[in-house]
Design a protein around this ligand. Structure first.
Ligand code: GUN
Ligand code: ZN
Length: 472
């Protein structure tokens, strides 16, 4: 059997490589890091059968199983991006003076196109391939207000057999009319999508109120009702990202102690509830996040790009809040979780905190899975886990090769990947045991014309009056 045919033709596949996985948070559990310099990973029917030192495991290989040699690489569990917007793929790197003008000028006109299912499928397909090229095998994905946009993402994810969490955005005010639902239609569409997609194969649904300013109280109430009806669906939203946004929310919801308290009031803080940014929280908010098990998604490339602010990693950590990393594309400037770690490290440094690469690899894999209540399915190389993993290449670039050749510890190797790595460092990505990206085979994809303004038939001035700026 050839190497490239290994997963397609036999039930069992084996990979000999350095293996890294975690059985806890390395910041709190001294034995949390599991590293085998010469390891063996055995995969069968899309799941991990065993991962251990080669010497300990070689005798368990089924007769005839070929061993794929990756001894010059590093295998880690697939990365988990806990907050990303697929419809914003074509508008990544769009300049604006902060969050609210960026939403008005670029985001809303771009999201308008997702009423067209063909455009949604095309973008979803590109988006998922881009995630896989970066080693991300699970993401929490915002769609647009159109239910078809969620159907498109799930259909493309199902076709690749990926574990994805996604939802149609709920937004019934303070946005252009072409992107508005109502409390009732948002409820009905979300309920239908849950019925159609939640726990169908590897797909999972997330109720997705965009953020408090774009939902009426009636919509938040309806969302809370759906959340109570479906305790195992996810919830995702934004909170406390930007100072202008925080001031606006205080005007819109004067009766609440804080921005986070609004979500709390409507029953939207719990396990499997994921909040992007969490920059301007106070100690009481942090305590509530920790008590309820809601997850903070730290999105450093977005926060730096939009000038939103610096996530206080130390305070969040000390409060016991669940924390994970996320790209927040298109506010974020990279699909790569390695580049996200790079910026997370620098943001933490500015706050006087040293965030190790080992911890960041944990946060991007087992830590995220655990915080999402998916630790039994993804995020590790544990026996029985879904076989989503990434083969990283320490020699991906001449600079990485030189630096990693001189590493003196695992931390130094991971730090080099985080600071110098990106999609080039991802040699292969596997989902449910199947190779879904191989760097050297991937043909250069020609960028579509989907983002061009002339294609959209829109000019900045022809769209409706910017809603967020008008309100402010
Ligand atoms: N707040 C509300 N919507 C968005 C969005 O699309 N991106 C970011 N970064 N923040 C938001
Ligand atoms: Zn976002």
């Amino acid at each position: 059997m050839t190497e490239s045919a290994h997963t397609a033709q036999v039930a069992q596949a084996a990979f000999r490589a350095p293996l890294l996985t975690f059985n806890g948070d390395p910041a709190h559990a001294p034995n949390a890091v599991v590293f085998h310099e010469d390891g063996l990973l055995i995969v069968e029917d899309g799941r991990v059968v065993a991962a251990d030192a080669y010497a300990a495991l070689a005798s368990r290989l089924a007769p005839g199983t070929q061993v794929v040699e990756r001894r010059d690489k590093l295998i880690v569990p697939g990365f988990i991006d806990t907050h990303i917007h697929y419809p914003q793929t074509d508008m990544i790197a769009s300049p604006a003076p902060g969050l609210l003008p960026w939403l008005d000028t670029y985001t809303f006109p771009t999201e308008r196109r997702f009423a067209d299912i063909a455009h949604a499928r095309d973008t979803a397909s590109f988006f998922l391939d881009e995630l896989l090229a970066c080693g991300t095998t699970t993401a929490l994905v915002y769609c647009t207000v159109h239910k078809e946009s969620a159907d498109a993402l799930f259909a493309e994810s199902e076709a690749r057999n990926l574990r994805m969490v996604a939802g149609k955005v709920l937004m019934d005010r303070h946005c252009p009319a072409f992107l508005r639902d109502t409390a009732q239609s948002g409820y009905d569409d979300s309920a239908k999508l849950i019925g159609r997609w939640h726990d169908r194969g590897r797909q999972m649904y997330a109720l997705t109120p965009r953020f408090a300013p774009t939902s009426t109280e009636a919509q938040l109430e309806a969302c809370g009702a759906l959340a109570r009806l479906h305790p195992d669906v996810f919830i995702q939203s934004h909170v406390a990202e930007n100072t202008d946004e925080v001031k606006w929310v205080a005007e819109l919801f004067p009766g609440h102690r804080s921005y986070l308290d609004i979500y709390d009031h409507y029953g939207l803080l719990r396990r499997r509830a994921v909040y992007g940014h969490c920059i301007y929280l106070d100690d009481e908010d942090r305590k509530r996040m920790a008590q309820t098990g809601a997850l903070a998604s730290h999105c450093p490339t977005s926060n730096l790009f939009l000038g939103s602010g610096l996530f206080d990693f130390d305070k969040a950590d000390s409060a016991g809040m669940p924390i994970a990393l996320a790209t927040d594309v298109g506010g974020g400037t990279s699909f790569s979780m390695l580049q996200t770690m790079n910026e997370a490290h620098k943001v933490a440094r500015l706050g006087g905190h040293h965030l190790t690469a080992t911890r960041m690899f944990y946060l991007a894999t087992a830590g995220a899975a655990e915080a999402l209540d998916l630790g039994d399915k993804i995020g590790t190389l544990r026996d029985g886990s879904e076989a989503d993993f990434v083969v990283l290449d320490p020699q991906a670039t001449p600079l990485l090769a030189r630096r990693t050749a001189r590493r003196e510890s695992l931390e130094e190797l991971l730090f080099a990947f985080a600071l110098l790595g990106d999609d080039r460092a991802v040699y292969e990505t596997y989902a449910a045991g199947k190779c879904v990206h191989r760097r050297d085979d991937a043909r250069r994809r020609v960028p579509g014309r989907a983002g061009a303004r002339e294609d959209r038939g829109l000019t900045p001035a022809s769209v409706e009056t910017p809603q967020l700026q008008k309100k402010r």
